[in-house]
Ligand binder design. Structure first.
Ligand code: ADP
Ligand code: ASP
Ligand code: MG
Length: 451
């Protein structure tokens, strides 16, 4: 069995879905399970519809609903010309958008949104795309069966970033997915979407379809997890920032996980962990270039000082200074408990004897964190920071990578620096506005100049 996940651009329209058909047809003998994202951009539109409705712009929201409805109907019609199922799928699409229009009216009346209602809206994208793709596959002779992600992807009720329950997912996969594969069918499941106890719709967080694919891959013990996207694989940097970025043919799980956590959007940061636990290789391929080599992510890859560069913007730095920290056992634990209590996850950490600096990706709940931290000492918050990371298993192997990275930044002010304990990630916190030029300079240093 293999799990093949097609991202938004890889199912954005009828032509893209046709490419996915050709890819899966070539893999039929390997028992594929297909995971799909919403049609490209649909999730953004859906969330925007909810925001507009809640802020009183109901007409704008309803117009956007009609446009998105038309887009789904148009692509489904193009895919299902001559199919007996065309009307049924059009009805499903119609019902989905009718319900969305009712929800929009309710949001206008309420004037606010809850994370739970946002998940209900966002999930529409994957729930429809998976039905459209399954029908398109069938119409082209592939034995595809739609599986409702809410029957499989069991999560807690932390809406908008729900945490999966691996034991329940494995049980659900055994019930709803494996029998289909055993009968020679190809299950098609929406990524990103899940359900909390009571079958209440949840989502795994933005970009979460990759995570869905690896969770399902782990649950079935797949021989491979394939992420089909719009670039040739994992590259040495984000190609939108560094046009000369090169394909990485092989990379280690831990390196890929660090890159994903520090801004390489090609993989959702949680994707690697289920694959590592079961030792399942993850591949990244380009659905527009299916013959390409792609990237293979496994435990082993030829050791390199710097495999790739990543970066992320809009990071918040929190600094705590406390004289009481001096020699106080348990101090760090109590400080980190504050972050845990408010469910704020910390990225980079640096400490000295009397201070701790941490970076946060998501500044929601920051006020509560700051209030609690003030009990320990002086707290300051710096916004508009960014992070650049150089990642490679051999960074600390006595190579010059760290010195070269600092030299590449030149006069750019550095607010924090951290080398991960495993020695595979060297991160630097700089001004948000410096992230793009810094990534370009780092890439030139490590990948564009002869050694
Ligand atoms: P999908 O919809 O298929 O999930 P995403 O947009 O989520 O696609 O991820 C693919 C994008 O990730 C690429 O188009 C690229 O711009 C971006 N990206 C960022 N960093 C990297 C990297 N190191 N290698 C490849 N792509 C990257
Ligand atoms: N459609 C979702 C998003 O845009 C999930 C995904 O594409 O991975 O965030
Ligand atoms: Mg993605």
């Amino acid at each position: 069995m293999i799990v093949c996940k097609f991202g938004g651009t890889s199912v954005q329209d009828a032509a893209a879905i046709d490419r996915a058909v050709a890819i899966i047809r070539g893999k039929a003998s390997r028992d594929p399970i297909v995971v799909v994202s919403a049609l490209g951009g649909a999730t953004n539109v859906l969330l925007d519809i909810a925001q507009k409705a809640a802020s009183g712009e109901l007409l704008v929201a309803l117009q956007a609903i009609e446009q998105l409805r038309d887009r789904h109907l148009r692509e489904a019609a193009a895919l299902l010309i001559g199919s007996a199922e065309a009307d049924e799928i059009a009805e499903e699409i119609g019902a989905g958008f009718d319900e969305l229009a009712h929800l929009a009216e309710a949001f206008r009346t309420l004037g606010y949104l809850t994370p739970r209602s946002l998940d209900t809206v966002a999930a529409v994208g994957e729930l429809l795309s998976s039905q459209i793709v399954a029908a398109a596959f069938r119409h082209r002779g592939l034995p595809a069966v739609f599986v409702d992600a809410r029957d499989v992807m069991k999560t807690n009720d932390q809406f908008t970033r729900a945490e999966p329950d691996a034991v329940e997912i494995e049980r659900a996969v055994r019930q709803h997915v494996l029998p289909l594969v055993e009968q020679g069918n190809i299950p098609v499941i929406g990524g990103f979407v899940g359900s909390a106890p009571g079958r209440i719709t949840t989502t795994l967080g933005r970009g979460g379809s990759d995570f869905s694919a690896s969770l399902i891959g782990a649950a079935v013990g797949a021989e491979a997890i394939e992420i089909w996207t719009d670039v040739d694989g994992m590259l040495t940097a984000d190609p939108r920032i560094v046009p000369n970025a090169r394909l990485i043919e092989r990379i280690r799980f831990d390196e890929a996980a660090e890159l994903a956590s520090f801004g390489a959007k090609v993989l959702h940061p949680s994707t690697i962990s289920p694959a590592v636990q079961r030792g399942i290789p993850v591949f990244v391929f380009n659905s527009r270039n299916p013959e390409g080599h792609g990237t293979m992510i496994t435990f082993e890859a030829p050791r390199m000082a710097v495999r790739a560069i990543a970066g992320k913007r809009d990071t918040t730095v929190v600094k705590l200074r406390s004289a009481r920290m001096l020699l106080a056992p348990g101090f760090l634990r109590r400080v980190f408990e504050v972050f845990e209590n408010h469910r704020v996850s910390v990225d980079v950490v640096a400490t000295s004897e009397v201070s701790i600096s941490v970076t946060l990706d998501d500044a929601t709940n920051l006020d509560h964190v700051v209030t609690d931290l003030m009990e320990f000492g002086d707290v300051s918050v710096e916004r508009q920071r960014g992070i650049v990371a150089i990642v490679g298993a051999g960074i600390a192997d006595g190579s010059r990578a760290i010195a070269d990275a600092i030299a590449a930044l030149g006069p750019v002010p550095v607010y924090m620096a951290s080398l991960s304990a495993t020695g595979i990630n060297f991160t630097l916190v700089i001004d948000d506005a410096e992230v793009v030029p810094a990534m370009q300079r780092l890439h030139r240093t490590f990948f564009e100049t002869a050694a």
